[in-house]
Design a protein around this ligand. Structure first.
Ligand SMILES: NC(=O)c1ccc[n+]([C@@H]2O[C@H](COP(=O)([O-])OP(=O)(O)OC[C@H]3O[C@@H](n4cnc5c(N)ncnc54)[C@H](O)[C@@H]3O)[C@@H](O)[C@H]2O)c1
Length: 300
C-alpha cells in the first residue's frame, strides 16, 4: 500500500498546523486538521484555501488539483474521532510539554497499529514527549519551518527510543510532500536554531564592539555568503526576546560559546524586540524598515 492511501491527522491549527495540513492535503493525503478552538480551525481552513488559490493564480497549481486538495482536507474539533484509524499524527499544538503528551496519548488510543506519532516541537524533548504512548519507538520529531509552503526543510529528530523504521517511514512521508529531510539526534537547538543563534549572537558582539555598522554586517552575509537575509535583520524578524530565550537555554545546555551578548540583553530590557515593537537593530514605520536606521556600533 502506498503512503498516499494513509490517513493523516494534524493536531493544532495555528501558524504551523495550517501549513503542514496544506502540505499533506496538496500531496494527495486524506488530511484531518484538529484544534480544540473552532475559530482557529475555520481560520486555518481559509488560510489553506488561500495558499491553494494563490498557487492557481500564479500558475503553480492546476485549478482541478487545488479543488481536489480542498476536498481531501477536513476539519474537526474532536481528536478521538479524527484519529480513528489514522497512520500518521503530526502534533503541532502550543509549545507545552503537558499539552503535547495529552494529545499524543489521546490520539494513540485510536490510531492504526504501527502508526507514527510526529511532533513539531521546536525545543522540547522528543524522548520525554514519547513517554506519553505505549510505543515510544514510533515517536519522532518532525520540525517544519515557517512558512511551511515555502520552506523545503524538515528536521527529523530521533529521540532515545525512536526506531530506524520510524525514521525511514517519516522520511518517506517527507519525500511524498516534497520536503527535504535531515536526521538529527535529539539535542538542544537541533542544527538550525543552534547555528542561527550563534550567528545572530556573533553579529551582535561585532555590532557592540563597533566592528562594522548593522547595515554592513547584514550586507556582508547577504552578498558574501549569499544568505537571503543578514543575521541582524533576521533577529529583528524573529524577535530579540525570543532569540535571548533560546540563547539562554543553549548557554545553559551547550556552554559558554552561547553566552548572550550584553547588547541583546540591553535591547530586550528596553523593549527593542525588533519588527514587532517597531524597533530592534533597525527602526520600522508602518511595517517598513526606515532606511539608514541601523545601529552604528560601539553601543555600550
Ligand atoms: N512558529 C514557528 O515558526 C514554529 C516553527 C517550527 C516549530 N514550531 C512549533 O510548532 C508548534 C505550534 O506552533 P505555532 O506557532 O503553530 O503555534 P500557534 O499558537 O499558532 O498554534 C497552536 C494551536 O494549537 C491549538 N491547541 C492548543 N492546545 C490544543 C489541544 N490540546 N488540542 C488541540 N489543539 C490545541 C491552539 O488552539 C492553536 O490554534 C509549537 O510546538 C512550536 O514550537 C513553531
Amino acid at each position: 500500500m502506498s503512503l498516499q492511501n494513509n490517513k493523516v491527522v494534524v493536531v493544532g491549527a495555528g501558524l504551523m498546523g495550517t501549513g503542514i495540513a496544506h502540505a499533506f492535503a496538496a500531496s494527495g493525503f486524506a488530511t484531518t486538521l484538529v484544534d480544540s478552538n473552532g475559530q482557529a480551525l475555520e481560520k486555518a481552513q481559509q488560510g489553506i484555501y488561500k495558499i491553494l488559490d494563490d498557487g492557481v493564480k500564479l500558475g503553480k497549481v492546476e485549478a482541478a488539483a487545488a479543488e481536489a486538495a480542498k476536498l481531501r482536507l477536513s476539519i474537526q474539533t474532536d481528536l478521538t474521532a479524527a484519529a480513528a484509524g489514522a497512520q500518521l499524527l503530526v502534533e503541532t499544538v502550543s509549545e507545552n510539554l503537558a499539552v503535547k503528551k495529552v494529545v499524543l496519548a489521546q490520539a494513540a488510543a485510536e490510531m492504526a497499529d504501527g502508526a507514527i506519532y510526529a511532533t513539531n516541537t521546536s525545543a522540547l524533548s522528543v524522548t520525554e514527549i514519547a513517554t506519553a504512548v505505549a510505543r515510544p519507538e514510533n515517536v519522532v520529531g518532525m520540525h517544519f519551518f515557517n512558512p511551511v509552503h515555502k520552506m523545503k526543510l524538515v528536521e527529523l529528530v530521533r529521540g532515545l527510543a525512536t526506531s530506524d523504521e520510524t525514521v525511514a517511514t517519516t522520511r518517506a512521508y517527507c519525500d511524498a510532500i516534497t520536503k527535504q529531510s535531515i536526521v538529527v539526534s535529539e539535542s538542544p537547538g537541533l542544527t538550525t536554531s543552534r547555528m542561527s543563534a550563534l550567528a545572530g549572537n556573533e553579529a551582535m558582539w561585532m555590532l557592540q564592539e563597533g566592528t562594522a555598522t548593522a547595515e554592513d554586517i547584514d550586507t556582508a552575509l547577504r552578498l558574501g555568503f549569499n544568505h537571503p537575509m543578514g543575521p541582524l535583520e533576521l533577529g529583528d524578524l524573529t524577535g530579540w526576546d525570543t532569540r535571548l530565550a533560546v540563547l539562554k537555554y543553549l548557554h545553559q545546555t551547550l556552554g559558554d560559546k552561547f553566552r548572550p551578548c550584553p547588547l541583546i540583553i540591553k535591547m530586550v530590557a528596553a523593549g527593542r524586540y525588533g519588527r514587532k515593537t517597531g524597533q530592534g537593530v533597525y527602526k520600522y514605520e508602518n511595517g517598513q524598515r526606515v532606511p539608514g536606521s541601523g545601529m552604528k556600533g560601539s553601543a555600550l
